[in-house]
Design a protein around this ligand. Structure first.
Ligand code: NDP
Length: 242
């Protein structure tokens, strides 16, 4: 896919990995719809527009506003070409202390939110017989993690969802893939103590956390490569190579 002039919607793109993905697509000449539950910063919109592309910030919660978010993208740009389901949360706790609400809220945002966005975008994508969906999973979907039963379950669900969407949408030339980042330096991982961070780094073959930009490079690859669907790519410094 030549990304010039294409419309890319990235959920949860006010910061971190989503913001880096938005910038990377803008650098490729794509028009950008940012999204988060809170108003997008004018400075972020301006930084994207500086690449000579159009950019709008759409406020909405993927758990309940998916239809409105997609409608706003179509009303502004006329079409949608790439949907990046990046909005996600953690609510870490050991399983023995995890409340049903901790479990449900994480599944609701990460998995049901992704389902909502895909469901409302499929009609326009099917109609134009082209499109690309990229879902943010995680390495913990593949490995599990202490304190993250809810998060790991939500991300493992995303991988199953990705493969099923890929099978259903392939006949109409719509592709669906997932990214499985390892430890990436963002707000989501900033609360780790230096001790824990150092311990994690010793266990990563490349001995460091990744950057949001390194995840964004993989998103661009998945969007541009027309022959990839149903895949999950790990960007994890080698964490899952064994
Ligand atoms: P951040 O916490 O930095 O950013 C999350 C983004 O999602 C924010 O823009 C937030 O904005 C938005 N968001 C949260 N809930 C909703 C919602 N219900 N509707 C719309 N937007 C929402 O996370 P990261 O950048 O670190 O992570 C991005 C994605 O990558 C997530 O899916 C995460 O699970 C995944 N990932 C991250 C890893 C890491 O190490 N950082 C590793 C593996 C996967 P607002 O609060 O204003 O809504």
């Amino acid at each position: 896919m030549d990304l010039t002039g294409k419309t890319v919607l990235i959920t949860g793109s006010s910061r971190g990995i989503g913001a880096a993905i938005a910038l990377a697509f803008a650098q490729k000449g794509a028009n950008i719809a940012l999204n988060s539950r809170h108003a997008l910063a004018p400075a972020q919109v301006a930084a994207i527009q500086a690449y000579g592309v159009d950019c709008v910030g759409i406020v909405g919660d993927v758990t309940q506003d998916a239809a409105q978010i997609i409608d706003q993208v179509l009303a502004h740009f006329g079409h949608l070409d790439v949907l990046v389901n990046n909005a996600g949360i953690t609510a870490d706790k050991l399983l023995i202390r995890m409340q049903p609400a901790d479990f449900a809220q994480t599944i609701q945002t990460n998995l049901v939110g992704t389902f909502n966005m895909i469901q409302y975008s499929l009609k326009p994508l099917f109609k134009q017989r082209s499109g690309c969906i990229i879902n943010l999973a995680s390495v913990v979907a593949l490995t599990g993690n202490i304190g993250q039963a809810n998060y790991a379950a939500s991300k493992a669900g995303i991988i199953g969802l990705t493969k099923s969407v890929a099978r259903e949408a392939a006949l109409r030339q719509v592709r669906c893939n997932a990214l499985a980042p390892g430890m990436i330096t963002t707000a989501m991982t900033q609360d780790l103590s230096t001790k824990v961070k150092t311990q994690i780094e010793t266990e990563i073959p490349l001995k460091r956390f990744g950057t949001p930009e390194e995840v964004a490079q993989a998103a661009i690859f998945l969007a541009e490569n027309d022959y990839m669907t149903g895949q999950t790519i790990a960007i994890d410094g080698g964490m899952t190579m064994y």
